[in-house]
Ligand binder design. Structure first.
Ligand SMILES: Cc1cc2nc3c(=O)[nH]c(=O)nc-3n(C[C@H](O)[C@H](O)[C@H](O)COP(=O)(O)OP(=O)(O)OC[C@H]3O[C@@H](n4cnc5c(N)ncnc54)[C@H](O)[C@@H]3O)c2cc1C
Length: 314
């Protein structure tokens, strides 16, 4: 495996912005993954494991450590179980499962990203969570490169949450338990997948974005009710402040399709995205006294450039 230097990350994330990785590796198996971890440890470098970059914003100054982008691409089927390497794209995995007559993951059709990034954040679409399907995995320790076989409970999954977020382990592969279906039901499931993608393309932007920039609020973060209801959907507040398709900083704009999606154009910088997101945070705080928090993962920022959570009682 070759460890490269000063590799641009702008073409490796969906915002298409940001600087370079000081070191960069694309391990193709677990031995190479362990070698990359050892390389970083010997030089006391921070590591960032990158998937498809569908949920990250890279600092314009880049990242002064080692970016590891696993190319672990094996997919194996055993009965109702499918095991996929961390580098497998979710859309590819969904297609392969449907071709094998295995149903379940098609609920995540149209969500870009790798198995690694998707398990990390426990991707969700309406009521469906990836954690509903994951039953086992192999993870590698971020310092010792020791490999563990773990079950679903090990991940301590929640909304936008998994134990991978503690940064102690990286995902090597994950095993999902799906439902075996007959060819007629498989054709129906494929149709559903196509329909979900069509629906998403109509409602959301599909390029130069990270999807939802802010996560929904936790119930205890919203200390008031509106029309006798506690509203945790961050898009509700973003819609109300009237930024959709209107608020812009440099080459970054709030999508005209969805108030929680920021979209970049040619020449945009990551700082444009940050300034836009901060302005949105401030506007929601001024109107409602709560500050939206990023779902998008930030890479290469020495300190968080966004506003921390705060809440004032209404
Ligand atoms: C157009 C669009 C629509 C979207 N819609 C949705 C949606 O409906 N629902 C939803 O939940 N998300 C959605 N997202 C967000 C995104 O698709 C998911 O978060 C996706 O799982 C990111 O995967 P990735 O491989 O690109 O991860 P990256 O963006 O590369 O990384 C995200 C995080 O995962 C970590 N990570 C990556 N691989 C590993 C690994 N092997 N081990 C440990 N950590 C790892 C990274 O370190 C980083 O912290 C959308 C994004 C876009 C661009």
């Amino acid at each position: 495996m070759i460890i490269k230097e000063n590799i641009s990350l702008a073409d490796k994330n969906w915002f298409r912005t940001g600087g370079c990785a000081r070191f960069y590796a694309e391990p193709t198996d677990e031995q190479e993954m362990a070698a990359a971890i050892k390389f970083a440890r010997e030089r006391a470098l921070p590591i960032f494991v990158l998937g498809e970059g569908a949920n990250i914003l890279v600092s314009d100054d880049g990242f002064s450590g080692l970016v590891i982008r696993p190319q672990l691409g094996l997919v194996t089927f055993t009965g109702e179980l499918v095991t996929a390497g961390a580098g497998v794209g979710m859309p590819t995995l969904i297609d392969e499962c449907l071709a094998q007559g295995l149903s379940g993951l098609e609920e995540f059709s149209g969500i870009p990203g790798t198995v690694g990034g998707s398990v990390y954040i426990n991707i969700h679409y309406f009521q469906f969570l990836l954690s509903n399907f994951l039953i086992a995995a192999r993870v590698i320790h971020a310092k010792t490169a020791e490999i563990l076989s773990v079950d679903g409970a090990w991940f301590n999954f929640g909304y936008d949450d998994s134990s991978l977020m503690r940064g102690e382990y990286y995902l090597l592969d994950a095993t999902f338990k799906l439902k075996k279906i007959d060819p007629i039901k498989a054709a129906f499931a494929r149709g559903r997948s196509v329909e979900i993608i069509r629906h998403r393309r109509q409602r959301y932007p599909y390029a130069n974005t990270c999807g939802s920039f802010f996560r929904n609020f936790h119930a205890d973060e919203v200390p008031f009710e509106i029309n006798e209801k506690k509203i945790c959907f961050v898009a509700y507040y973003l819609d109300k402040i009237g930024v959709k398709g209107a608020l812009r900083v440099g080459g970054a704009v709030v999508s005209h399709q969805h108030a929680n999606m920021l979209v970049t154009s040619d020449g945009a910088t990551s700082d444009d995205v940050i300034q836009l997101a901060r302005t949105m945070q401030q506007l929601v705080y001024d109107a409602y006294g709560i500050i939206p928090q990023a779902e998008c993962q930030l890479l290469g920022f020495a300190t968080s450039p966004l506003l921390a959570f705060a809440s004032i009682r209404q």
